[in-house]
Design a protein around this ligand. Structure first.
Ligand SMILES: Cc1ncc(COP(=O)(O)O)c(C=O)c1O
Length: 471
């Protein structure tokens, strides 16, 4: 069994301070308190490999890995050494650093369909840069996003399509349209509806389900027939599906593609890459066409982030990173499925997706997706020393971590079964978590509705009764 969790005293104190200082108490919505059970670590103090320690000293096997930004493991020595070496020579200069060229060259040796690349800090910069470039190339305004893919950018062209779209002008919202993944008919109808007006199509190569009947190739053909650019968002797939990107796995050549997340193993670096004929519109040499403002940020080429990316790519080139991610993911998938059957919850709980990027689904007694059951599952895993908003693994997750995780899953699914029978509210302490993209806040503040949280991991009285009955 994994480490036993004691209290969340320090986390709870920080939670309250954070909420008074930072809207939402966190700088990334997906990391916020509303995404986690009340009984959860609020803040992480440090991470090493596949483990993190919270501010109360509790240790967890972690999954999700910094919103998938960490694929080798936390504080991965080869990356850290490269970063430390580089940062001693300065982080940012008046003119470019030579490491920018080295990093570009290594990147283009890795992502073979691209001829040019520009680096930035966040994935959103890269995808929004791609959209601006496509609009400039085509002289059109409408962009088409895949409706089945949950996130492309923090910018208005995408956030305007979500329920959390306050502050975004209607005129901007109206310029983004959508189509369905693996449904070429929906894309065809969309191109027909907006004939000659679509600048670009953007989608992830896969969200876990492989493209069917040459979907990606058919979609690219539709784009090119109508004069639109075909953009692949490889933020997640880039360094999880295949060393050379999911585009290599599926044999598809995009006009532009966007990378980030695992590229720097947690250090901030993202990339917009693509065909020279488009990318050079952002350059200083072409004379025929208007100049495109193609990504230019003060911190875009921080030297240590380049060093992190080079070191990360070297590990990918020299070691079986993808194979390991896939092997650990498959072990987890198989183990979780077996446990779900054994505990009688296989109709209600399942892990799915590409093995290197597994997520899980939680269904209630009526087989409807349930945030309350998701929160309960998280709560029960945390109690058993596993912090897993997904089952996204890293290169440093070994069979040992997977085995310990499966033990925790077994314990959590025993409780899940009881909750299906007796009602989830009898087992979940406090409010359920909620989805990020919602128009209003529905649930009360996490600490306010559970006054008896001290000592934090003493079970809720109702829970205590049921647990003692269980034993
Ligand atoms: C597929 C995809 N594209 C783009 C982004 C935006 O990246 P960032 O958060 O680095 O701006 C994300 C972030 O989660 C993502 O998952």
């Amino acid at each position: 069994m994994a480490h036993i969790i004691s209290t969340f005293d320090n986390s709870n104190e920080l939670r309250n301070r954070a909420k008074s200082l930072i809207p939402g108490g966190a700088h990334t919505y997906a990391k916020g308190d509303d995404q986690y059970p009340v009984l959860s670590p609020g803040f992480i103090a440090r991470g090493h490999g596949a483990h993190v320690y919270d501010v109360d000293g509790n240790r967890y096997i972690e999954y999700g890995m910094g919103n998938r930004a960490v694929s080798l493991g936390h504080a991965y020595p080869k990356v850290l050494r490269a970063v430390e070496r580089e940062i001693r020579n300065g982080a940012n200069f008046t003119r470019p650093a030579s490491i920018e060229v080295e990093c570009a060259s290594m990147f283009l040796d890795t992502i073979e369909t691209a001829q040019m690349v520009k680096f930035c800090k966040d994935g959103s910069h890269a995808t929004s840069g791609a959209i601006r470039l496509a609009r400039a190339v085509t002289g059109r305004e409408i962009v088409a996003r895949c409706a089945d893919h949950p996130f492309f950018s923090t910018d208005d062209w995408f956030i305007g399509t979500t329920p959390m779209n306050a502050g975004i002008p209607k005129a901007v919202k109206d310029l983004t349209v959508s189509f369905k993944y693996n449904d070429i008919g929906s894309a065809r109808a969309m191109f027909k509806r907006h004939r000659g007006k679509i600048a670009a199509v953007i989608l992830e190569p896969s969200k876990g389900d492989a493209p069917k009947n040459g979907f990606l190739h058919q979609l690219r053909e539709l784009c090119h027939e109508s004069g639109a650019l075909f953009i692949l968002d490889e933020m997640i797939t880039g360094f999880r599906w295949h060393l050379n990107g999911a585009q290599a796995l599926y044999g598809i050549e995009p006009d532009l593609s966007c990378f980030g997340k695992a590229l720097g193993n947690g250090f901030a670096i993202s990339a917009l890459a693509g065909k020279r004929e488009f990318m050079e519109l952002g350059g200083i040499e072409q004379r025929e066409k208007p100049r495109v403002f193609l990504l230019s940020t003060t911190h875009g080429a921080e030297t240590h982030a380049m060093a992190a990316a080079i070191a990360t790519m070297k590990v990918y080139h020299n070691e079986p990173v993808i194979e390991h991610l896939m092997e650990m993911g498959e072990l987890l998938r198989k183990g979780v499925a077996e446990i779900a059957v054994a505990r009688g919850v296989s109709e209600h709980f399942h892990a799915s997706g590409f093995a290197s990027n597994l997520v899980y689904g939680t269904l209630d007694q009526d087989r409807q997706p349930s945030q309350a059951f998701r929160t309960l599952f998280l709560q029960e895993l945390i109690k058993r020393g596993v912090l897993a908003p997904s089952f996204v693994v890293s290169y440093t997750h070994t069979k040992r971590e997977v085995q310990r995780t499966l033990e925790a899953v077994d314990g959590a699914l025993r409780v899940y079964r009881k909750a299906l029978e007796n009602g989830v509210s009898n087992y979940l302490v406090g409010r359920p978590s909620d989805v990020v993209f919602r128009a209003t806040n529905r649930f009360v503040a996490p600490l306010a509705d559970v006054p008896a949280l001290v000592p934090q991991l003493d079970l809720h009285p109702r829970q205590k009764k049921l647990h003692s009955a269980e034993r």
